[in-house]
Design a protein around this ligand. Structure first.
Ligand SMILES: [Ca+2]
Ligand SMILES: [Ca+2]
Ligand SMILES: [Cu+2]
Length: 335
């Protein structure tokens, strides 16, 4: 274990450009992008959900990251220029979904629908509905619109949609390690992106859920659903909404746990890229060969009474064909 002591347990947030001069870095490759200096950090957590274990050291190179999640306004510009049609706007093919009910083989997406009273928390169907006609322009269903939501993160985005946007913007999607390093804001090992307490001094630091999930939505943080990006304080790197508001896609295939800690500094993973595609299928439904990517950051639906995933270490497997009212993304650019 001796070699591991060379990593300090709590590195101070390094300021952008601290390990490169600004002339070396050049101008940000896009508007509202922040330079994240590379470094070695403790990825994962041993204190929360099993899939976050074990804590292990990882090194990532520096990269640029979007200061905010991609907004409806930005996504609209992409669609206007490219004519991109999102996954949720295309009817699923029957042959891809053996056993699917014919009435479900229409364009649609998963929308959170708040039940009127307490429900069985083991059945996510009690609050997730596949709503026909729900898509990024109609986030709550066919009768809804983007009115007043320009600055909200875009939602109902399947993995391919996030990827298409990133390509158009000349960017990439982050790996889980890059995303988590950025979310920690330099506070290596802290449970929250802002420190040791969920609501320091009673202050809400991210758009999460207050009340008894999923039927009591108190909105004490000011928002019952998504919020305009930048509504909560930034982390140590100046990034907004990493935690809460919407989950964010990463490029890594999901693994149910992290690799073991390497006890020699030589062998600490550098820029890890997650698991293998064929290992990412849901073991509960082996008949569906839909690979799953890692989501990070939690959403406005995460709250202490149901899901405590409003932390940098938290992770969730999302099938690439799934879009919902609480998943969006942001992009990076590697040097
Ligand atoms: Ca909220
Ligand atoms: Ca987020
Ligand atoms: Cu959650």
């Amino acid at each position: 274990m001796a070699d591991i002591t060379m990593f300090s347990s709590r590195t101070k947030p390094r300021q952008p450009g601290s390990d490169s001069t600004s002339s070396e870095l050049g101008k940000p490759p896009g508007q509202d992008m922040v330079w994240i200096p590379g470094g070695t950090f403790k990825m994962g957590s041993d204190q929360h959900y099993v899939e976050e274990r074990p804590v292990h050291h990882v090194t990532v190179d520096g990269f640029w990251v979007d200061r905010y999640p991609v907004t409806n306004e930005q996504f609209a510009r992409f669609v206007a220029e490219t004519g991109h049609v999102t996954f949720a706007e295309i009817a699923p093919k029957a042959e891809d979904y053996p056993g699917a009910l014919p009435e479900m083989l229409h364009p649609g997406s998963l929308v959170f629908v708040q039940p009127p009273g307490p429900v069985d928390l083991r059945n996510i169907g009690n609050w997730w509905r596949f709503v026909l006609g729900a898509d990024w322009r109609h986030p709550y269903g066919p009768d809804s619109s983007l009115q007043g939501l320009d600055k909200h993160p875009v939602v109902h985005i399947a993995y391919a949609d996030a990827l298409a946007y990133a390509k158009w913007a000349g960017k990439l999607l982050p790996t889980e390690a890059e995303w988590e390093f950025a979310a920690r804001g330099g506070l290596d090992g802290a449970p929250y992106a802002w420190g040791d307490e969920f609501t320091p001094g009673g202050k809400f630091m991210a758009n999460t859920w207050q009340g008894r999930f999923p039927w009591e939505n108190l909105g004490e943080d000011g928002f019952e659903r998504t919020s305009p990006v930048g509504s909560f304080p930034p982390n140590g790197y100046g990034l907004y909404d990493m935690i809460g508001n919407t989950w964010e896609w990463t490029s890594d295939w999901y693994t149910p746990r992290h690799p073991d800690e390497q006890t020699k500094a030589c062998c600490v993973p550098l820029n890890p890229r997650g698991g293998r595609k064929e290992d990412s299928y849901d073991p509960v439904t082996p008949q569906f060969k839909i690979p799953r990517k890692v989501l990070k950051g939690g959403s406005h639906l995460c709250g202490p009474t149901y899901c405590r995933r409003y932390r940098p270490a938290a992770r969730f497997p999302e099938p690439v064909d799934t879009s919902t009212s609480h998943v969006g993304f942001r992009c990076i650019v590697r040097k």
